[in-house]
Design a protein around this ligand. Structure first.
Ligand code: PA5
Length: 477
C-alpha cells in the first residue's frame, strides 16, 4: 500500500525497548539471555501457527487481512463520511465491547481532546458520542445534548442480539419515529453480512445503509474494519493511514525469530513474566490521547487470554489481568503500589518521542526554588522526564517494565500499535495453546439477564436463578 515515502514510514516506526525486563537492569529479578532463549522454539511455533492460519474466517483470524482487503469498502466509507459530515450535527455510535472501544480509542487518540466543545468552524464534522452502556442517566443526558433528527446513529452489532445495543436502538427508533424521521435517513448499521438481527431489520425497512463486520473478525479485533473505520472517517481521521500503519507493523513482524519481531517478543516477555507469577499487566501511556488505547487493549488482552481450557481440552486457568494507568496522573495514585507492592506486575509504557505541540513553561515564582526550576522548560520535557523517572524508579525497585516508543502520534503510528497488540495477543494465545478468539465466559451472565427479563426460552435459567438460597441477612451489614 503506497503511503508517503519509505523513509517517512521508517521514521515513524514504533519500537520495543525491553532493556528493563533483563538482568542487566533488574539483576536477579530480570530475564537473562538464557531465560529468554528457552522460549525461542515456543515463540517460533506460535509465529508459525498465526502465519498458517492468517485470514481463516472459521478461526476468527480474518483481522490479519484487514490492512489489505478493504479498498472498495474504504472508498465507500469515505464517501459516506463526507455526506455525514455535511448533513449531520451529531454522530452517535451505539455499541458495546468490541463495537465501541475501538471508536472511543481512535476518537480520543487522534482528535482534539475537547473536540465536542470546539466551535463548528474548527471541528468540521458532527459532534461525536459513543454510547456503550445502558445506564439510564447516561441515555437521558445524551438525549439532552443531541437533536435526533440532526443525528446520524451508527448501530454497531455483529449479532444484533446484544441487549445493551438493541435497547439503545429501540429508544432511538422510537424517538426518530416520533420526530417524523425516516429511520433510513438517520441510521447506519455495521453488522454481520448475512446473519444477525440488524440484517433482518434492515431488510424489513427496505434496506438501511449497512456496513459488514466480516465473518472472520471478532468484536475486539474489529477496529480496522468498518466498525472503527466509519466513525474514524466521520471524524476526519486518515483511515488509509491507520491501515497503512497496520500493514507496516505486519511487515515489521514478519520474522519467526522473537529477537527480530516486536509483537512476538512482547508476547514472550508477558508469557515468561506470567510464568513467574506476574499476573497483572499494566498498560501505562504517557499521553492523554492514548488513555483509551489502554482501555481497548484491556479488552483485547483480557477477553482473548482469560480461558479455562486449552485447545486440546485440558482444563486450565490462564490469562493476565490488564490494568490501565495514565502517566503522569497515576504516578500520584498507583505507582506507589507498582514500586513497593507485590512482585506481580509487568508495566508497559507507551511513550511519545514527540508530542503534537510544545507548551513552554514560563519563568515565575523565582523566590521559590521548588517551583522556579520548572520555568524555561516545556511540558513535553516534563512529561518525558517523568516517564523516564518512573521507568527508572520501577527498575531500581526490581520491577519489570518495558516501553513501546512512538515517534509521534498519527494515524500511521496508531495503526501500528493496534496491529502490534493484535499480533502480540494472537502469539500469546498460541503459546498458551488456547482459543484466543472466543469468549464463552461472558455467556452465562447474558443468559441470566435474559432469564431475569423474561426472554422466551430462558424459563429453565430463571428456575435455576430462583433456586439460589435465600440471602442471609447477617451477611448484609
Ligand atoms: O469482543 C467481542 O466479541 C465482544 O466484546 C462484542 O464485541 C460485544 O459483545 C458486542 O457484540 P455484538 O457486536 O454482537 O453486539
Amino acid at each position: 500500500m503506497a503511503y508517503k515515502t519509505r523513509d517517512w514510514r521508517n521514521s515513524m516506526r514504533v519500537t520495543l525497548d525491553y532493556n528493563n525486563m533483563t538482568d542487566t537492569f533488574l539483576g536477579d529479578k530480570g530475564f537473562s539471555e538464557r531465560d529468554l532463549n528457552k522460549y525461542a522454539s515456543k515463540a517460533a511455533a506460535a509465529f508459525q501457527y498465526v502465519k498458517d492460519n492468517r485470514g481463516k474466517d472459521e478461526l476468527y483470524m480474518g483481522w490479519t487481512e484487514l490492512p489489505y482487503n478493504q479498498k472498495e469498502i474504504v472508498a465507500d466509507i469515505l464517501a459516506t463520511a463526507k455526506t455525514v459530515r455535511k448533513k449531520f450535527q451529531y454522530f452517535v455510535v451505539l455499541g458495546i465491547g468490541g463495537s465501541a472501544l475501538g471508536p472511543i480509542m481512535a476518537f480520543n487518540a487522534l482528535c482534539h481532546l475537547h473536540y465536542n466543545d470546539l466551535p463548528k468552524s474548527k471541528r468540521k464534522g458532527p459532534k461525536f458520542y459513543v454510547e456503550d452502556n445502558v445506564d439510564p442517566v447516561r441515555m437521558r443526558d445524551l438525549l439532552d445534548v443531541i437533536e435526533p433528527e440532526k443525528t446520524c446513529f451508527n448501530v454497531v452489532s455483529k449479532s444484533g442480539a446484544t441487549s445493551e445495543t438493541m435497547t439503545q436502538y429501540l429508544i432511538i427508533l422510537d424517538l426518530l419515529k416520533k420526530a417524523g424521521v425516516n429511520v433510513k435517513d438517520n441510521v447506519i448499521f455495521t453488522t454481520d453480512a448475512a446473519k444477525g438481527n440488524l440484517k433482518k431489520i434492515s431488510d424489513e425497512c427496505g434496506g438501511i445503509k449497512s456496513y459488514v463486520l466480516p465473518d472472520g473478525v471478532g468484536g475486539r479485533f474489529s477496529q480496522l474494519c468498518p466498525v472503527g473505520l466509519l466513525p474514524a472517517a466521520v471524524l476526519g481521521i486518515d483511515i488509509n493511514g491507520l491501515l497503512a500503519g497496520a500493514a507496516y507493523m505486519d511487515s515489521v513482524c514478519r520474522y519467526p525469530s522473537m529477537r527480530k519481531n516486536p509483537a512476538l517478543m512482547s508476547a514472550v516477555l508477558q508469557i515468561a513474566a506470567m510464568e513467574q507469577g506476574k499476573n497483572v499487566g499494566v498498560m501505562m501511556p504517557y499521553s492523554d490521547n492514548l488513555k483509551f488505547l489502554a482501555d481497548w487493549y484491556c479488552q483485547l488482552w483480557a477477553e482473548s487470554l482469560g480461558k479455562n481450557v486449552t485447545l486440546d481440552g485440558t482444563p486450565c486457568n490462564v490469562g493476565q489481568t490488564p490494568v490501565k494507568a495514565l502517566g503522569a496522573t497515576d504516578q500520584h495514585s498507583q505507582v506507589q503500589l507498582y514500586t513497593e507492592g507485590p512482585f506481580d506486575k509487568v508495566v508497559t509504557f507507551l511513550s511519545l518521542k514527540k508530542y503534537a505541540c510544545e507548551m513552554p513553561i514560563p519563568h515565575g515564582c523565582e523566590s521559590i526554588p521548588d517551583v522556579a526550576f520548572l520555568g524555561g522548560h516545556t511540558m513535553e520535557e516534563l512529561i518525558q522526564a517523568e516517564n523516564a523517572a518512573t521507568a527508572y524508579a520501577l527498575t531500581k525497585a526490581g520491577r519489570m517494565n518495558y516501553t513501546l516508543w512512538i515517534p509521534e502520534l498519527n494515524a500511521f503510528t496508531l495503526g501500528q500499535l493496534l496491529f502490534l497488540f493484535e499480533l502480540q495477543t494472537a502469539y500469546a494465545g498460541a503459546m498458551l495453546n488456547i482459543n484466543t478468539f472466543n469468549q464463552p465466559g461472558v455467556e452465562e451472565g447474558k443468559k441470566a439477564t435474559f432469564a431475569l427479563l423474561g426472554k422466551a426460552g430462558y424459563a429453565e435459567k430463571k428456575k435455576e436463578l430462583d433456586s439460589l438460597p435465600e440471602k442471609n441477612p447477617k451477611c448484609i451489614i
